[in-house]
Design a protein around this ligand. Structure first.
Ligand code: PLP
Length: 442
């Protein structure tokens, strides 16, 4: 069976292989989801530590023929314990903000394994990353390069840089919001301009051009767009080498697709076979920045059914989780498998909408989905929720963000407590003048 990114063959299609029913109850490894709901409440994010480690191992095995850094994309799931798990598995981090830098460093990821992307880096973010000693800044505009030169000069250091190139490839991602590699996207620098910047190295004494970077989008399941981007970037590397600009690494970005409904993800081995030879022959090290394909299948969102109602010919299943916990369905039409935690062989199947409690019509987790009809009080698991789940959770409607559990060594470890109401108003204050200038209510 070929290894594909994010698609270890699980027993339940659309859930990672760490999740299975035992005696009719859904488990993460040896730990019952029913038990975790009782102990920690719902909605609850549950991550499978072993699954995360196994994915990183698959990447490292596939790319062992070349100098390789897996820079895990922190924005997919930035929980400290998850990042620490990623770091212990030998990976680094791809960050897009000073906040993510703080998370990665706090989780124990060595700074020399951190790369920093993003179109809007600020001076304080540059300073923090220079002080930390990260591996490279992925610069996305000439203005950013100039500012970084200034900041590095002020600090008396050289900033390691890879230019993020816009290779102008159309990546066939499922939603326009996840495409980043075409010319009209805000990401990266066009090829000709990027070449010009590398050639102007003497104008930037505090910049050290270390590598070159592309990231073409997300949820891509075919190798062709990567090969097209690779070809563009390699021809740049060769031209620069001819002109005496030697680079040390090539970063092909992330975006490896996973099978949300059980279909295969991007075939990693096929990609490795095509990518490794041209890099080794040039003595280039490879960086990849996967996020979703490392943690996606390793997580579920556990929710409980509150009510059921019929309206306009539809059946609504109202749960305690919705768009505030998992935004993907309403934000970009993301599709997630939803399965019952307790198997009921006698349950009638019905087509239902699974919706949350938020006051928005766009608050749904699934629409027109056929399921064994759940009863109020039943638990449901939303599959492949390990990536872009908690990190996109919000306090909209003053909802409390869910707790997070890492299942490791057969135990459910609480790695983030459920938010408390006091935390909702932390940092806010009522200006003193309003206390005595209001109209009396009586
Ligand atoms: C989001 C992002 C990634 C990761 O994308 P996935 O689809 O989660 O693999 C990698 N690199 C950059 C620059 C990103 O912005």
């Amino acid at each position: 069976m070929p290894v594909s990114a994010g698609s270890p063959p699980g027993t339940i299609q659309g859930l990672g292989s760490g999740f299975s029913w035992k005696d009719g109850i859904l488990h993460c490894r040896e730990v019952s989801l029913e038990g975790m709901a009782r102990e920690f409440g719902t909605p609850l994010y549950i991550y499978d530590s072993e699954g995360i480690q196994a994915r990183i191992r698959e990447f490292r095995t596939a790319f062992q023929g070349v100098g390789f850094l897996l820079a895990y994309s922190v924005k997919a799931n930035g929980n400290l314990a998850v990042l620490n798990r990623v770091g212990r598995a030998g990976a680094g981090a791809d960050i897009v903000s000073g906040g993510e830098l703080h998370r990665a460093i706090s989780a124990g990821i060595p700074p020399e394994r951190i790369v920093f992307a993003g179109v809007g880096k600020t001076v304080p973010e540059m300073e923090a990353a220079l002080e930390a000693g990260i591996y490279a800044f992925h610069v996305e505009s000439e203005g950013e390069l100039k500012l970084l030169e200034e900041v590095a000069s002020r600090h008396g250091v050289q900033a390691p840089v890879g230019i993020r190139v816009n290779p102008d490839v159309e990546s066939p991602t499922p939603h326009e919001y996840t495409r980043t590699g075409h010319a009209a996207s805000k990401f990266g620098i066009p090829v000709a301009k990027a070449l010009e910047l590398y050639r102007s190295a003497p104008d930037y004494p505090h910049i050290r051009f270390r590598g070159i970077d592309v990231h073409i989008g997300s949820q891509i399941v075919k190798v062709e767009p990567y090969l097209a981007a690779l070809e563009t970037v390699l021809s740049m590397v060769d031209r620069l080498a001819d002109e005496g600009v030697e680079l040390e690494y090539l970063d092909l970005g992330g975006g490896f697709g996973v099978g949300y409904s059980g279909e295969p993800g991007l075939p990693l081995e096929e990609l490795a076979t095509r990518v490794i030879p041209p890099l080794t022959s040039r003595g280039l090290k490879l960086i990849l920045e996967p996020g979703r394909s490392v943690v996606g299948h390793a997580g579920v969102l556990l929710i409980r059914v509150l009510y059921r109602k019929e309206s306009g010919g539809k059946t609504f299943v109202i749960t305690d989780g919705g768009m505030t916990e998992l935004l993907r369905p309403s934000h970009y039409g993301g599709w997630h498998r939803i399965v019952p935690v307790q198997l009921r062989p006698d349950a009638r199947h019905r087509t239902v909408d699974i919706v949350g409690p938020v006051c928005e019509s766009g608050d749904f987790l699934a629409r027109n989905r056929e399921l064994p009809l759940p009863e109020p009080g039943d638990l449901l698991a939303v599959g492949t929720a390990g990536a872009y789940g908690f990190t996109m959770a919000s306090n909209y409607n003053a909802r409390l963000r869910p707790a997070e559990i890492l299942v490791e060594g057969g135990a459910p470890l609480l790695v983030r407590h459920r938010e408390k109401v006091e935390e909702l108003i932390r940092g806010e204050s009522i200006p003193s003048y309003t206390r005595d200038s209001g109209d009396s209510a009586t």
